[in-house]
Design a protein around this ligand. Sequence first.
Ligand code: 26V
Length: 827
Amino acid sequence: MTSASSLARSTTVEKPEPRLNDADTIATEIVEKLTYSIGKTVKAARIHDWLEATTLVVRDRIIDNWFESTIKTYERQDKRVCYLSMEFLIGRLLRDAISNLGLTETVREALARYDVDLNLVELLEPDAALGNGGLGRLAACFMESMATTGVPGFGYGIRYVHGFFRQEVVDGAQVELPETWLKHGNPWEFERRESSYEIGFGGKVSAIEENGKLRSVWRPGERVLAVAYDTPVVGWRGQHVNTLRLWSAQSLDPILLDAFNAGDHIGALLESNKAEAITRVLYPADSHQAGQELRLRQEYFFSSASLQDIIRRHLAQHDDLTNLADKVAIQLNDTHPAVSVAELMRLLVDVHGMEWDAAWKVTRDTFSYTNHTLLPEALETWPIHLFERLLPRQMQIIYQINAEVLREATAGKQLDDGTISAISLIDENNGRRVRMGQLAFVGSHAVNGVSALHTELMKETVFHDLHKVFPTRIENKTNGVTPRRWLFQANPGLTQLIEEAIGPGFKDDITQLAKLDPHAEDAGFREKFVAIKRQNKQRLAHLVEERLAIHLDPNAIFDIQVKRIHEYKRQLLNILETVALYEQIRSLPHLDWTPRVKVFAGKAAPSYVQAKEIIHLAGDVARVINSDPTVRGLLKVVFIPNYNVSLAEIIMPAADVSEQISTAGLEASGTGNMKFALNGALTIGTLDGANVEMLEHLGEENIFIFGLKADEVARKRAEGHRGQGVIDQQPMLRSAIDSISAGVFSQDDPNRYANLMNSIRDRDWWMIAADFRAYWDTQRQLDVLWKDRAKWDAIAVRNTARMSWFSSDRSIDEYAHDIWHAGPKGR
Ligand code: 26V
């Protein structure tokens, strides 16, 4: 038998009979699972049991398609896309899976037969919060879009035992609590003990002679096991199912028997504790480098495991690794997996015996890298001594890559010392460090930013010199969000209304949302659109009432800023405008003020002092304003604790105004901006990140842009801008800052905000004082517009109609076509 036919025989499995998807069948199967998998009768079942049984029934249906997709990719030897990301911020999976399979109403009906409410069942599922914010959520949207558009995608990441911390606010201050998403098990994952790899750390490198050539041999001093856990990712209509493979660290030698037998029971377990610590917790900082050894261990651990897995799969189908880049594209989600560049070189050269030059070509052709931030404090570098101790062979390889890249860069050209030190992989100025951005850049054939402006700024700033040497390498791929989660599931009312207006075609082809545009002129349609917005606002108001005992009036403008708390995102600008508005309403109560509700939510990195002060201030301001009868009915402020994906799904559809007010040049893209606008909120924002493309697609009458532009910010900073000069010209701003400084909102501790306020008076690094007036004026313009409901509502409808370009399906098509050359659009 030829090897090809034996392969075909071994992989062609009998296709299972398609399952029936009517409510009777599903109800029967749920009860079967309850009985035989969970061991409960219908009578004894608690709602958690119904969740588990329902999940297992839905999962069965996904598994059938999962096998089919996997076998098809294997048999056709399709090029695969491996998305390496330290974070996947997935949220809940059950509703997503049911909805993508088209089973929402059927499952609802099946459960209703037992008086079980699907909505309540869904609420019990814990969020998979394996990410910090934008970068991790983008990875989750991309996984869903790859499955939807039929790109054979593999997500590779870390199975953290504890995801992003749970936030509570105690006496105004953020408190971080551990998150325990795996407490009741995880029915979505499959442990793959057979797919496990050894990962080494430390030890020594020696060179041995083999056939007249020198070969490096790394003998690590420590080894841990990476064990795979697979989760199926189902695309729209269940057509295609991809895999998210997350690695868990285990000790190779769980109990040191010698120590155990000698009576040292605790010592016998230390090894295993140390090994398993690698995947125990997600680092909760997204703005500055932690610099801890454990973080570097995490990065290398998941990079090496993923590459070993990719190579094993490749060699199962191909004779050697020379054609790796034809069969696999590896996308590096930021620099967190950048050590992969050195690790792939090590595997190719040291383990698989490839020549250096050939290996370098394979490496570069295989990798591509996405940059997600320009903030200097977030750019990863590692001290050489740490890198060398933990990864001695990879350090040697980095030196060699560096030497050759510098040779390539200087070939035929005269480069000055400044340029050479700027493109070097080693930073010599801050105590010798490895620069992970430079490593990712030189090891990739394509490097992308996540919005047009961000990509241009990458060329001018962080990668200025590398861009000159490799002028075609940087390109743009503007972010997107999946309309399945962020419109169909989060806003079923609006989805149904859209379907009534333009038919169901938009569900399979989101560009058809454009057909909604003329309905902006239709008063009858607008009325229905507004009725749905109102229901969504009521749902949010209900949640706030329940959790915080604060009453919100759905007739007011719901003005919402939800995202990580960071100085550059300028929650402080929003709070200052809120205080100024409060003071204006108090002093001019007879004016015709437009009622507003200001909503804030977001987490601060545990060590980020200013961000925590901003949370405290939001709470303090909320308490004073909400208890002041003079502004009752006109102004309310809430900070909702523990912002996460599930809360976002309730918040996005309930917004009238979306706050996207970062200091221009600093928000790489933003994706919340897209979710809000898709759900019919009006954006007030700076010309930053993807707001720029939103302006292009919406038209300038449908978005509210204010403030300094990126180049103006840079110029002002260079000129040594200070806040005080502006504050002196702005009585409203001065009064707001003075009130906060004087302790009006913090009578228990009047000096609490002295530093925060002084930072605006002095450096005003984030241009809060500089942009205050423009922001205030634009907010008042929105107040006026609110009174012209026909106009406001038409703009809201147009926002929904014009956002289809911001679907992550479009982003994925572009990656597939321009970078990966994989999937239906990539061939
Ligand atoms: C950086 C670091 C630094 C070391 C410590 C741990 C850690 C964890 C995450 C990060 C990445 C932060 C970058 C990030 O999340 N960027 C956001 O990416 C979004 C998706 O592209 C984009 O929409 C946001 O504008 C951008 O801030």
